[in-house]
Design a protein around this ligand. Structure first.
Ligand code: ATP
Ligand code: MG
Length: 646
């Protein structure tokens, strides 16, 4: 089994110290019952009723999970519900005057109580219906982080219409492709928006996409810039439509649990972004349950996830989870370093945010900028911190807890994917100790294994590939139906899902993620995960961010190339030596980087993930492949010239 994950080799990442959550946290935690794992195990799959019970069903379901003989899997069959009703209407009797949304824009802010949100969503739903949109149609939404984005999403699902949100930064080509694939005939966009203090045009990209697709498309345009925009035939002004229906109510359309709620795309980190369809009942149950048990969200909280709604994280944990639980959710438009590098901490202080959820890429940027920015603000309202999107190394985890969490707020690292819909692996902060650098155990009801390439379990502490061995409520349509997913879903006669992530499990059942299977580097017959190497390098003083890739090498087969972004953009003379020493210490000289390449930034997706496949291509002088998801194309030339010729 040489040259693969699961080569019987322990990783350099074992035996992490465990940190107990503070008593003040567990005493108030939504989920503080240590028997929750046993209960879920004993009662699986009926245990997921706990999740479904967080929602209000129009028609209750007959079975929790219908999985006779494997797929198709039907969650909550027979049940009907409406997501907009669950996120708005049912909260009105108790908290109509509580804030549902807080929006921080560019030098402006706006809030909506649940009653106000209800009024907006009903008016927009009425307007969409008048435009001829019907149940099961697909509406494409191409908006930046403005309150109208969740409003239009909720208006769609109120009508049983499937929304297809396309991240606002995507090109007209990507938009056209996504519209064409869904046959979407209505597009909601805006004239433009502000970013770093200047206006960015949006409508012209929408115009180009509209012309490029086969179907006829009507366009609803939100005026964000206050300029005179000419709206031609089949174009409608958002405010005019909304105002014409202000005060109207639209009955929420009951949807079958298995009906599609929305379509979303993966981040495009490893290849072309993939379309994923999430369903109404299982997805919403799973998202609500994890919002409650993992993120500890309470209706009285002010909760903030700083992701963009254009990604699954924003769908699940800015919009659907928090609103299903009736909390106040914050959205912000812009960038964390404009007008100043303390923008986020200013928002946390002003709104006394209770729970904050972000990505390792953001945390690494905060580290790069320095602790003085959070130190300017009172962050003592923060009770819990979360992270998602990439593995977080121990140093970044500790920095986050120390400088944002006041040294004692629990930090939950949450592992999941666009495909999983909601969190599958994380530490339940009211129940379990945290292990910095390890994501945690599979959640109650979730079953995973770490296997070798033959699909056989590896020993504890050994590296392998994570597989999910049981269905989960938030699984997308293609997995439910057992459609081909590009990778085999079965092993022998067992159903399995392969997320394509490397992992290792310790003796307590905690999973540490090691990076993408395809990014692992094979040096002289030994296979190293990116996380193992990058953790060693990231622990070096002066390193802000790093990514390692393999480059073809005449004698060892592959050599390690380490791309390093130094703190303050300035590498001290001995930094390369210290990086090499750290890798030798943690792993051994076999993994010593052949080249350490300093760079001001790494190539990243629009959602902020490091695109190692592009670095690999640069290191090997190969073609770059699909770069549609790349946020900072200007860095490529710089990386190419900094990479040594081989
Ligand atoms: P694509 O599938 O298009 O290549 P992507 O995998 O980055 O893009 P997402 O669904 O946004 O698209 O990201 C899911 C992936 O992100 C996971 O498979 C995993 O590799 C990584 N990830 C997310 N959260 C964590 C985490 N907490 N720890 C480690 N890795 C994580
Ligand atoms: Mg993926």
């Amino acid at each position: 089994m040489t040259g693969s994950h699961g080569s019987g080799r322990k990783t350099a990442l074992e035996d992490r110290p465990a940190i107990d959550p503070p008593a003040w946290f567990t005493e108030q935690a939504n989920q503080a019952d240590p028997s929750v794992y046993d209960t879920f195990e004993r009662e699986w799959p009926a245990c997921w009723e706990q999740a479904a019970d967080l929602l209000e069903w129009e028609e209750s379901y007959d079975t929790v999970l219908d999985d006779e003989d494997g797929p198709p899997f039907e969650w909550f069959a027979g049940g009907t519900l409406n997501a907009s009703y669950n996120c708005i209407d049912r909260h009105l009797p108790e908290r109509k005057n509580q804030l549902a949304l807080i929006w921080e824009g560019h030098g402006e802010s706006r809030t909506y109580t649940y009653r106000e949100l209800s009024r907006e969503v009903n008016a927009v739903a009425a307007a969409l219906r008048e435009r001829g949109v019907e149940e099961d149609d697909v509406v494409t939404i191409y908006l930046p982080m403005v309150p109208e984005l969740p409003v239009v999403m909720l208006a769609c699902v109120r009508l049983g219409v499937v929304h297809n949100v396309v991240f606002a930064g995507f090109s007209s080509g990507a938009l056209a492709e996504r519209m064409e694939r869904t046959g979407s005939e209505l597009l909601v966009t805006c004239d433009g928006y502000y970013r770093r203090g200047s206006a960015v045009a949006q409508k012209n990209k929408a115009d180009n996409a509209r012309i490029a697709v086969e179907q006829d498309v009507s366009v609803v345009v939100l005026d964000r810039l206050g300029r005179d925009v000419h709206l031609g035939k089949d174009y409608y002004d958002y405010a005019t439509l909304r105002d014409a229906h202000d005060g109207e109510t639209v009955d929420p359309v009951p949807r079958d649990a298995g009906d599609t709620l929305f379509r979303i795309y993966t981040s495009g980190t490893t290849g072309e972004p993939k379309a994923v369809d999430h369903t109404t009942g299982g997805y919403l149950s799973h998202v609500a349950w994890t919002s409650e048990s993992v993120l500890d969200i309470k209706p009285t909280d002010t909760y903030w996830c700083s992701a963009d709604i254009g990604w699954i994280t924003g769908h699940s944990y800015i919009v659907y989870g928090p609103l299903a639980l009736g909390t106040t959710t914050v959205l912000y438009n812009g960038t964390p370093d404009h007008p100043e590098k303390d923008r986020l901490w200013d928002i946390v202080e002003r709104y006394a945010v209770d729970v904050f959820y972000t990505a390792p890429t953001a945390i690494r940027a905060f580290m790069k900028w320095g602790e003085e920015y959070p130190a300017r603000h009172d962050l003592s309202s923060l009770r819990l911190l979360g992270t998602v999107g990439e593995p977080i190394d121990e140093r970044a985890w500790q920095w986050y807890r120390e400088h944002i969490g006041g040294g004692d707020a629990p930090v939950v690292d949450t592992w999941w994917q666009t495909e999983t819909g909601a969190i599958l692996v994380a530490t339940l902060p009211g129940v379990d100790a945290m292990k910095p650098g390890a994501a945690g155990k599979p959640l109650p009801g979730i079953q995973t294994e770490v296997v070798d390439p033959a699909g056989e379990p590896v020993d504890r502490g050994e590296a392998g590939e994570l597989v999910v061995t049981r269905p989960w409520p938030g699984m997308p349509r293609a997995l439910r139906t057992g459609e081909d997913w590009g990778k085999s879903l079965v092993h022998g006669d067992e159903w399995r899902y392969y997320p394509e992530d490397g992992a290792t499990v310790d003796g307590d059942g905690y999973v540490t993620f090691l990076g993408r299977i395809d990014d692992a580097i094979n040096v002289a017959g030994r296979r190293f995960s990116t996380m193992e190497l990058e953790s060693a390098i990231a622990g070096v003083e002066g390193v802000a961010e790093t990514a390692v890739v393999g480059a073809d090498h005449a004698t060892t087969g592959t050599a390690v190339y380490a791309y390093v972004s130094p703190e303050g953009n300035c590498a001290e003379a001995d930094l390369e030596k210290r990086i090499e020493a750290a890798v030798e210490r943690a792993i051994g000289s076999v993994a010593t980087p052949e080249a350490v390449i300093f760079t001001p930034d790494l190539p990243k997706t629009r959602s902020g993930k490091v695109m190692r496949r592009l670095l690999t291509a640069v290191a090997n002088g190969d073609e770059l492949g699909d770069t549609s998801a790349l946020r900072n194309p200007e860095i490529l030339g710089e990386l190419q010239s900094a990479t040594p010729d081989r």
